[in-house]
Design a protein around this ligand. Structure first.
Ligand SMILES: [Zn+2]
Length: 110
């Protein structure tokens, strides 16, 4: 299998992925803005640890989404950063900004 086969996303598939990524970015961006506003209104020592970690998670997701959009622009979207193999479409369906296949993700998470 050549590299070209791996990235045979046609124009409409690319547009669909981009649309989903932009939607996710908008959604999470709005959640983050709301949460940050809430944190901003709360005296710092009273902000719940769970709110900090939620904000952190959202920032992380936004960075991941930006990364996925960049990979899409570079034509390497959908390739695992760990093993360089294509990420199964079913996984991208659930997590459109996935950077790793399930196997590499498991390894990275450990
Ligand atoms: Zn992998």
């Amino acid at each position: 299998m050549t590299t070209d086969d791996v990235h045979a996303l046609d124009g409409s598939a690319t547009r669909e992925v981009r649309r989903r990524l932009e939607e996710e970015r908008r959604k999470r961006g709005a959640q983050l803005a709301e949460l940050e506003e809430e944190i901003g209104r709360t005296p710092l020592e009273q902000v719940e640890a769970s709110d900090w970690s939620r904000a952190e998670n959202l920032r992380q997701s936004l960075a991941e989404i930006d990364g996925a959009v960049r990979r899409l622009d570079d034509g390497v979207y959908g390739r695992c950063e760990g093993c360089d193999q294509p990420i199964p479409p079913g996984r991208l369906e659930i997590l459109p900004y996935a950077r790793y296949c399930v196997r590499c993700q498991g390894r990275a998470g450990r």
